[in-house]
Design a protein around this ligand. Structure first.
Ligand code: FES
Ligand SMILES: [Fe+2]
Length: 452
């Protein structure tokens, strides 16, 4: 691929120095909305948020309000929440059930598949001349991975399957594990004073965990009777913790110890442990059929982000200008698990992340300061340093992607900002590369997930 021009050259790959303007500049942000959020597959909802015919759920693609609908034939649509007359929002409620959406300005009324059905004064005011077929709600392309709904404005973009590429091989171990699928509980919504890229970057930042989260880890490890993870443990070689970049997406994962003991699940208490154990016996057997033994028993997905702005699993991080990000935090729990297990999982995820999560509190203070510092013209002359592990990565035979030599590395971050540059310097998808899929899939799990 040849890049015809390089408007953006923000990362020096010899020194790992990064231009801080990308965290605060309004013009750059506006261009991101067009060239990144206007072109990529964005996570917008989960099928469980619109389970029944005529359900809808309001979401965002970048800063654009969109309505995720399930029509009477159970097909999912993602529609720009903008009346095609003058641009009023046609839906204000966060979610609900409706066959039609009536614009409250002049009354144009659209069905939940986007078609314009009724115009007040169609004959009297418009003389029957308005072509209703041309004035339906603007519809995005929809792709569903493991019950998670993605949408894309760009007709030239590759399919969601190609866009996720080999990252799916890892993602399946979490999101495509359960025969009954998952349900999204929530969301908690709040706004953090940080640029949207910093939380994405942070998903692969294993360096900060023993420092920023020290006190939270002391508490969590006491509750779950775990040893404290130290910087030295994370840097040991060979290590079972991995840091990998796959087709635009940044992942961390862990390989289970040889004993294959079950990971300690957050939320397990002496009271609910029998219910957890009984459910896990069934769920683990199902997972092995769906994913094969390696992905079901050995692979444990850790923090990860999907390009551009999906962070920490099923969590929406909507940009709100260069200096703000709105988080929508869900608990994604197995649909068929007993209620006591689902409740414990939901409570545990809220204790760690989410508006009141102890780890979240640690993180946001860092992210706010990284964004704030970039506002200063003096500080901005000093570039950020993401040089850790430079040129210490490469392919591995057994797993797809570009693997960092160490679990603590800034290789995924460098790859993320290079991907950012690739989109920002591209005129169209013709200038953006997609890695060919090479992963081999064991098991019965389909791309769309159990509900298909
Ligand atoms: S803006 Fe919606 S009917 Fe006029
Ligand atoms: Fe963190």
């Amino acid at each position: 691929m040849t890049i015809k021009h390089r408007k953006y050259d923000i990362l020096d790959m010899e020194t790992g120095e990064l231009d801080r303007r990308i965290f605060i500049d309004q013009d750059i942000y506006d261009e991101e909305m067009e060239k990144i959020f206007g072109r990529t597959w964005l996570m917008v909802a989960h099928e469980s948020l619109v389970p029944n015919p005529n359900d809808f759920f309001l979401s965002y693609m970048g800063e654009d309000s969109v309505i995720v609908t399930r029509d009477a034939d159970m097909k999912i649509h993602v529609l720009l929440n903008m009346c095609r007359h003058r641009g009023n929002r046609v839906m204000r409620a966060d979610d609900g059930n409706a066959q039609n959406f009536m614009c409250t300005y002049h009354g144009w009324t659209f069905s939940n598949d986007g078609k314009l059905g009724h115009i007040p004064g169609e004959q009297e005011a418009y003389y029957g001349d308005l072509c209703k077929e041309d004035r339906g709600l603007y519809e995005a392309r929809v792709g569903i991975y493991a019950g998670i709904v993605f949408a894309n404005w760009d007709q030239d973009a590759p399919s969601l399957e190609d866009y996720l590429g080999d990252a799916r091989w890892y993602l399946d171990s979490n999101f495509n594990r359960f025969e009954g699928g998952t349900v999204a509980l929530g969301p908690q919504k709040w706004i953090e004073p940080c640029n949207w890229k910093t939380p994405v970057d942070n998903c692969s930042d294993n360096y900060h965990v023993p420092i920023s989260h020290y006190s939270s880890s002391v508490v969590a490890n006491k509750i779950y009777n775990l040893p404290m993870a130290t910087m030295e443990m994370s840097l040991q070689t060979p290590n079972r913790n991995h840091h990998v970049y796959v087709n635009g997406h940044a992942l961390t994962f862990r390989v289970a110890p040889p004993s294959n003991e079950r990971p300690v699940r957050r939320g397990v208490t002496p009271e609910n442990k029998p219910a957890f154990d009984a459910w896990e016996d069934i769920a683990d057997a199902e997972a092995e059929v769906r994913l094969g033994a390696e992905r079901a028993k050995e692979l444990r997905l850790g923090n990860h982000s999907l390009f551009p702005n999906t962070v920490l699993g099923f969590r929406l991080a909507h940009p709100r200008g260069p200096l703000k990000t709105e988080f929508w935090h869900f608990a994604l729990v197995p649909k068929d698990a007993p209620e006591v297990v689902r409740n414990a999982m939901q409570n545990a995820t809220s204790q760690f992340n989410g508006a009141a999560g102890v780890f979240e509190q640690d993180d946001i203070d860092n992210w706010r300061q990284v964004t704030e510092a970039s506002k200063s013209p003096i500080a901005r002359k000093l570039r950020a340093d993401i040089s850790m592990g430079l040129k210490k990565s490469g392919p591995l035979e057994q797993w797809p992607g570009d693997h960092s030599d160490r679990y603590i590395s800034e290789n995924n971050q460098r790859n993320f900002y290079q991907r950012w540059m690739e989109f920002m310097n591209a005129d169209s998808w013709r200038d953006v590369h997609i890695d060919p899929q090479t992963a081999q899939y064991e098991g019965t799990a389909s791309f769309e997930g159990p509900s298909k």
